[in-house]
Ligand binder design. Sequence first.
Ligand SMILES: [Zn+2]
Length: 270
Amino acid sequence: MIEERRHDDVLELRGSSRVSRAMGFAVHAYLVRGVLVDTLFPALGGDVAAWLAARRPAGALLTHHHEDHAGNISVLASRGLPAGMASTTLARVRRPAPVGYYRRLCWGVPAALAADPAPFAADGLELIPAPGHSTDHHVVWDRETGTVFGGDLFLGVKVRIAHPGEDVRGQPAVLRRIAALGPVRFFDAHRGLVPDPVAALRAKADWIEEIADRIARRAADGWAASAITRDVLGRGDLTGLVSRGDYAKRNLVDALLATRVAPTNGPGGQ
Ligand SMILES: [Zn+2]
């Protein structure tokens, strides 16, 4: 189902299904300046088609290729709607790669594109690269209103889980770059409207730098990655178990260990 909520000039679309709600997940798309930012997930294809017929957006922008954001791009394209996205996003949504079973269960399986959507540049909205969560990740920036549509850039300050291959090390610089835009509003794809966004983005950057330093110290002291994970991120990892390690605490630690630098003022060590 799609639940709408208005925030002045922005219409929030909260998409969830019985299954996604049972798993504790929902995702948001947004309508701004007549443009849809992200397309919700494939299991909502029928709801999205009905919504498009009712609201008639001029086109869509995609933050990144993950199926809970780009999952209905084929529905838009089949209706002749144009869509703006990075070339790296387009390459991945043309023929979506298989994903783990918990993602298929939660979100459904995106269809391949029969044909590329027509390119789309939305008046007053910019796609700004903000990689880390995925290499093709972008945010949408409405300069005139100081609004960021952040996709999965933020998600929360102390996020303790990651997908394999996320560029966690690079995220603080990206978070600070988007904070430096000085947004007065930030719409997150999972959290909705984030209060005090500049402080929130900086707090997340600080948190990642802090745990990176703690992880480097433990590693320099010869700790195993499993022990570092328990110590720095806490015991237990239900999401990691359910996703069979696809969205897990250990991925966050591994990403920071793989790009490790010496801890600050620490005993040295590699
Ligand atoms: Zn994502």
